[in-house]
Design a protein around this ligand. Structure first.
Ligand SMILES: CC(C)(COP(=O)(O)OP(=O)(O)OC[C@H]1O[C@@H](n2cnc3c(N)ncnc32)[C@H](O)[C@@H]1OP(=O)(O)O)[C@@H](O)C(=O)NCCC(=O)NCCS
Length: 149
């Protein structure tokens, strides 16, 4: 398994990034300035994007594993790698997500905790109603991970 920080042509990963964030113009807000990491195990398995928030905090804006490789530990391995990569620069990593139990349990299994909520984030910021299965995404749930603890 190898993980690379990608600097050129980040849009080559758009199909995978759209799995986690289905609206391209939202991805365009963070991809140009974000750090993009790609995990390969033979071929491409997972990607993620991290941006700085302030001097103490960075934010995981997108993480996705190719559908046929989900549930095999690649997402967790990528989070472990970026948590280590950023621990000398930031105290905390944030991640925001919809109210989807499977995704919340994924992040919690990766050491994220203490959720707080941004009311109506998805209805205010996206141009169409967003669904994860049958559940409409309304509020954004923020989780955080202590990188230095
Ligand atoms: C969320 C996602 C990135 C997880 O990546 P992954 O490579 O499948 O995750 P892992 O295999 O490393 O899973 C790690 C742990 O998370 C949990 N988990 C992952 N997917 C889960 C699911 N669908 N349901 C319940 N728990 C899940 C499990 O507890 C797993 O632990 P285990 O190994 O003990 O079973 C991946 O499912 C994905 O790309 N989903 C679509 C995009 C998306 O929604 N991204 C998040 C946007 S907020």
């Amino acid at each position: 398994m190898k993980i690379e920080k990608v600097t050129g042509n980040k849009k080559q990963f758009l199909d995978l990034l759209l799995l986690a964030d289905e609206q391209e113009d939202m991805i365009d807000r963070y991809l140009p300035d974000g750090d993009l990491f790609a995990l390969y195990d033979g071929d491409l398995k997972s990607v993620c994007v991290v941006v700085p928030v302030n001097g103490e905090t960075c934010e995981l804006k997108n993480i996705a594993t190719c559908v046929k490789y989900q549930g095999k530990g690649y997402g967790r391995a990528l989070i472990r790698y970026i948590a280590d990569y950023y621990k000398s620069d930031y105290k905390t990593m944030l991640v925001g997500t919809g109210e989807t139990p499977a995704i919340l349990s994924f992040y919690k299994s990766c050491g994220f905790e203490e959720p707080h909520r941004v009311k109506n984030f998805f209805t205010d910021n996206y141009d169409h109603p967003m669904f994860e299965g049958d559940i409409q995404l309304i509020d954004m749930i923020y989780l955080k991970k202590d990188l230095q603890g």
